[in-house]
Design a protein around this ligand. Sequence first.
Ligand code: SAH
Length: 248
Amino acid sequence: MDIPRIFNITESAHRIHNPFTPEKLATLGEALRLEPNIRVLDLGSGSGEMLCTWARDFGIIGTGIDMSQLFFEQAQYRAQELGVADRVKFIHGDAAGYVSEEKVGVAACLGATWIGGGVVGTIKLLARSLRTGGIILIGEPYWLQLPPTEEVAKGCNAGSIADFLMLPDLLASFSDLDYDVVEMVLADQNGWDRYEAAKWLTMRRWLEANPGDELAKEVRAQLTSEPGRYAAYTREYLGWGVFALMAR
Ligand code: SAH
């Protein structure tokens, strides 16, 4: 079981697989006023940076589940490296339908809401693992400015304009589900650069090491087109944030 190999190639050197920087992750942890020993569940936990650093900095107890074999291994390595392997557990698997045995104080899905079939389904899935009064974290893109055409939306790697909302509408959509938005931390362009531009050097190095690979042509094409595509579209039109929700 694994995610499409192209992501394991382009994001192999990422610790954080979204437009958050280490500082933003720490800001989020502080914003949530995490208490030691609070349980945190993370669906699509990637390379485990959120759980590992929050275990180190705030003393949380974490469980993460991710479908990428590589990211799962990197998460386990990171837990060892930060000395928190006794506080965080990583599971290699499909997080769709995953409900934790023990209820958690924070249930998160950052940048992987397709796991629950979209934002609404993911909130419902996370709620099944949450203790009363717990916090749900959703990391999701929104439009900084509405794309003038569907072509521009596709340039942002969105399926269509309808895939994302403007920030006020996204916040209102949480309210419509009967959730209070109790905190939010938003990514910025520097964070987007770290997420997107870091892929370019990874791709370049991978191409030099794997010239005969079956994905070499695709990676070559991406490395050529991505800087321009990113600067013209994603960087200008797409925002990203983590929203902390509590049921009313
Ligand atoms: N939350 C992490 C990773 C975000 S990227 C971070 O912020 O760094 C999206 C992640 O979802 C990737 O790690 C990918 O491997 C994982 N993923 C995709 N489909 C999944 C599924 N069905 N179950 C579990 N993980 C999945």
